[in-house]
Design a protein around this ligand. Structure first.
Ligand SMILES: *Cc1c(COP(=O)(O)O)cnc(C)c1O
Length: 377
């Protein structure tokens, strides 16, 4: 039968009428740029995140880039990020002209090892950018304490953590500000590229608003770099319709992850840990195995979609090895490097059924590893 890696069609089918009507209205009104729906979605999203301000932008990467500019982080500055993340986290920092300083992940988890952050701080460090990777919240309390002690800005990369809870509060509400992505496959996805910034700081919110729109405080008065990173009205309208469903979708993802964890408990694969005080939103459900290549092939042959997030750590990406050297080499981040060779993302989306999860699990259980092909790190 097979199970796709991701299938968002059922969620969209359920909202089809509402979405089509909203899009139709905008097309007929032609208020495509910074129309009313952008403001309305920003209000809803700020409230959802427990923040004062939200600023809609055109992607998650733009959100992080704009934030670094708004905080005037650039040349000569350092920003601490996890070694295990999507390349955009590092790209925002190098775009700003600052240096990403990588910190390994905590063994047994996929997130930054908070205990290793202080050793990475120098007199040039301006900010920490934790990533709630796979939708699993970072241990924010000790991280915020370190930031406070060293007077550092905290920008949460919440591109995979929409609505995830840490001690009952939503990811994106802990740092000075946070960046979100609404790339279609993210937990809250647009019908194209989109993103948002959230913060409680009025001055930062204003600067982000100017930076997204040609650096203009008012029309044709450009006080900051003239970028264009606006959120389309159509995307905002679609996001506004989808937002009230996000917590329900997160709950479906949580049930799927719990069932996976339960059914995979006595198998060859290592299931993801759920840290204390967190309610992850499972953007991705990632297991580990020493026999990844073989297992992935076995699952592909049975029509089960899988992916790897991410096969090559940031410091080993060709761009950062050749064009913008970060000053790292293989072996510098042993946990990230070991896990990069073992991680495998299994099918995960709100509409996944119990039968589909059982099919994936049965396929994993029918896998007999050839020990000769085991990864030896
Ligand atoms: C998706 C993602 C981004 C970038 O978002 P885009 O909207 O694709 O630009 C940044 N950080 C992380 C961790 C992501 O997963």
């Amino acid at each position: 039968m097979g199970v796709p890696f991701v299938d968002l069609k059922p969620d969209h089918r359920a909202l089809e009428g509402e979405i089509m009507e909203a899009v139709r209205k905008i097309i007929l009104q032609t208020n495509f740029i910074l129309g009313e729906d952008v403001k309305l979605f920003e209000q809803d999203f700020a409230e959802y995140c427990g923040r004062k301000y939200a600023i809609g932008v055109d992607s998650g990467l733009s959100a992080l880039k704009i934030l670094l500019r708004a905080y005037e982080i650039g040349e000569g500055d350092e920003v601490i990020i996890p070694a295990n993340t999507f390349v955009a986290t590092a790209a925002a920092v190098t775009f700003a002209g600052a240096r990403p300083v990588l910190v390994d992940i905590k063994p047994g988890t996929y997130n930054i090892d908070v205990d290793k952050i202080e050793a990475a701080i120098t007199e040039r460090t301006r900010a920490i950018m934790p990533v709630h990777l796979y939708g699993i919240p970072v241990d924010m309390d000790p991280l915020l304490e370190i930031a406070k002690k060293h007077n550092l800005i905290v920008i949460e990369d919440t591109a995979q953590g929409h609505g995830a809870l840490y001690k009952g509060r939503r990811a994106g509400s802990f740092g000075d500000a946070a960046g979100f992505s609404f790339y279609p496959a993210k937990n809250l996805g647009a019908a194209g590229d989109a993103g948002a910034i959230v913060t409680d700081d009025e001055q930062i919110a204003d600067r982000c608003r100017w930076l997204r729109n040609c650096g203009s405080k008012e029309k044709y008065l450009h006080t900051m770099e003239p970028y264009n990173h606006r959120l389309d009205t159509i995307q905002a309208a679609i996001l506004k319709i989808k937002l009230p469903h996000l917590d329900g979708w997160s709950e479906q993802r949580r049930q799927a992850a719990n069932l996976y964890n339960e059914l995979l408990a006595d198998t060859e694969v290592v299931t993801p840990a759920i840290p204390a005080d967190t309610e992850p939103v499972w953007h991705l459900y990632v297991v580990r195995t020493k026999y990844r290549a073989e297992l992935q092939k076995h699952l592909t042959e049975r029509g089960i979609g899988t992916a790897i997030h991410y096969p090559i750590p940031v410091h080993e990406q060709p761009f950062y090895m050749e064009n913008v050297p970060l000053g790292y080499k293989h072996g510098d981040f042993p946990v990230t490097e070991e896990y990069a060779a073992e991680i495998l993302s299994l099918p995960m989306y709100p509409a996944i059924t119990e039968a589909e999860i059982r099919e994936v699990v049965d396929a994993i259980k029918s896998f007999v590893p050839n020990k000769a092909e085991m990864i030896t790190a």
